[in-house]
Design a protein around this ligand. Sequence first.
Ligand code: COA
Length: 110
Amino acid sequence: MREVNTFVGENCIVLNVKTNCIYPACAIISKIRDNEWYFDRLMVPKEARHQGFASRLMEKLVSLLDEKDIELINEVHGRGDLNNDQLVVFYKKYGFQETERPYRLLRLPH
Ligand SMILES: CC(C)(COP(=O)(O)OP(=O)(O)OC[C@H]1O[C@@H](n2cnc3c(N)ncnc32)[C@H](O)[C@@H]1OP(=O)(O)O)[C@@H](O)C(=O)NCCC(=O)NCCS
């Protein structure tokens, strides 16, 4: 399995991993204020889906969130194979919790 590459900037963290098609799979988060961040993007190219790429990105992401004490807001808006309810189940496995706003999840660092 290929390595997950990580770029940690002051206001942005990007994780990506090569797939067998030309595009990598990626996860991007951006800083809103202090330790509060927003989940911009989780995307796996269509041809590379269902092979565990999103799960690998999420594992790496949550370890960084805990290490850096980052609180992450995640507005679930599925654009592919998984619908919003399936995505909520998926994200909950990585410590996200539902909030009073439908499909707005929050993950506090552990
Ligand atoms: C959502 C997305 C990132 C998942 O990527 P992926 O690499 O296919 O996901 P994985 O292979 O790591 O699988 C993640 C989980 O979803 C499940 N899953 C993946 N594709 C599925 C499908 N078509 N039907 C049902 N379950 C599916 C897997 O079984 C796995 O479950 P598990 O954690 O219980 O093992 C991908 O479909 C995508 O890029 N969609 C378009 C962008 C999008 O909607 N992003 C999320 C915005 S909130």
